[in-house]
Design a protein around this ligand. Structure first.
Ligand SMILES: NC(=O)c1ccc[n+]([C@@H]2O[C@H](COP(=O)([O-])OP(=O)(O)OC[C@H]3O[C@@H](n4cnc5c(N)ncnc54)[C@H](OP(=O)(O)O)[C@@H]3O)[C@@H](O)[C@H]2O)c1
Length: 324
């Protein structure tokens, strides 16, 4: 592992991508940062330089476009001659009932959140296979394992990202390549994604508790770079418990998540219809955190676990009752 790794991060202007860039900067990494908003990227470039990055350059572009991924790889190779880590964290989302959501918005989410990740992985592999080293880190979500209502396209995309990682690992193993692919599955993080999201529900959005600090996911991304042999990293004990429970009792956990979404994802205020940042960078502030954390929100952790436990217990009890 290089002391000054060459790292490409997509979605680096906001939230988890931005937090990850700052942590790699502290470790004197050489960074290539990708997002659509050029001005916001320049701000992160300055912050990363101040934190100790050896070199930082911005590549402004849309990850749904294959050329953006190629430009980022070419930039890394032109400046440093190698690519050690590629982190796919650029994603968009929009909330709405499946059959009410404009189809073009649904397709755009799949384009950015699935094809964007495939584009990044393909371009990174072009170099990593040749140099016989490197790690791709794909940020998925717990929602890829346990889908959420009002987020069908996003949940589908995250399931696809988990599948992409599994497929790539099997192909790399057959090719006897030492390149790694690690999938990171965060729960709700305190980032501005909820300010950026499209919204077709008519209700104002908030982060669904339990809300975790983005640093919890950044730690797992850094661990994926240092110890890439672990193929999937689920962030937080509650997240791991949820995935486990869902495998055992899918209906009960899906019902619990649906209830939890109704209770926790929306504020009382009405909200205008918006496509958010699906087609162009957000006008909302960009930072690592979104202002959704804090101690009061953490009571949601207890609520979620209580809902999961109650839902699961209910199903188990009904099954026993049916058996007589
Ligand atoms: N926050 C959560 O609760 C949570 C939970 C689980 C997983 N995740 C995942 O974590 C990752 C980061 O999300 P976040 O919460 O940090 O979101 P965020 O704050 O909204 O940041 C998204 C980033 O992606 C960039 N981006 C969006 N569309 C793009 C496109 N087409 N091409 C290039 N860049 C694009 C945005 O910049 P521009 O708009 O300037 O392009 C921004 O830098 C995503 O994969 C998300 O799905 C988040």
């Amino acid at each position: 592992m290089s002391a000054s790794p060459v790292v490409v991060i997509t979605g680096a202007s906001s939230g988890l991508g931005r937090g990850t860039a700052l942590e790699f900067a502290k470790r004197h990494a050489k960074l290539v940062l990708v997002a659509r908003g050029a001005a916001a990227l320049q701000d992160v470039v300055a912050q990363c330089t101040a934190k100790g990055a050896r070199d930082v350059v911005a590549v402004a572009g849309d990850m749904a476009d294959r050329a953006t991924a190629d430009r980022a790889v070419d930039t890394a190779i032109a400046r440093h001659g190698r690519l050690d880590v590629w982190i796919n964290a650029a994603a968009v989302s929009s909330y709405g009932v499946f059959w009410e959501q404009p189809p073009a918005e649904f397709e755009r989410i799949l384009d950015v959140d699935i094809h964007g990740y495939a584009n990044g992985s393909r371009s990174a592999l072009r170099v990593m296979l040749r140099q016989r080293s490197g790690t791709i880190v794909n940020v998925a979500s717990i929602l890829g394992e346990v889908p959420q209502p009002y987020s069908a396209a996003y949940s589908m995309s995250k399931a696809a990202v988990i599948a992409l990682g599994r497929s790539l690992r099997s192909e790399l193993s057959l090719a006897k390549s030492p390149v790694h692919v690690v999938t990171v599955l965060p729960p709700t993080l305190d980032t501005p994604i909820f300010q950026h999201a499209g919204n077709r529900t008519g209700r104002a959005l908030q982060a669904l508790p339990p809300v975790y600090p983005p640093t919890d996911a950044v730690k797992q991304i850094l661990a994926a770079w240092k110890r890439p042999g672990t193929p999937e990293r689920t962030v937080s004990g509650a997240g791991r418990a949820m995935v486990r429970q869902h495998r055992r009792h899918p209906q009960a956990v899906e019902a619990a998540i649906a209830r939890q979404t109704e209770l926790g994802q929306f504020r009382k205020a009405p909200a205008a219809q918006t496509s958010g940042n699906l087609d162009s960078p957000s006008g909302s502030p960009l930072g690592v955190t979104g202002g959704w954390g804090g101690r009061r929100k953490q009571t949601g952790r207890v609520l979620l676990l209580a809902a999961l436990t109650a839902g699961t217990a209910y199903v188990i009890r009904s099954r026993r009752d049916q058996r007589g």
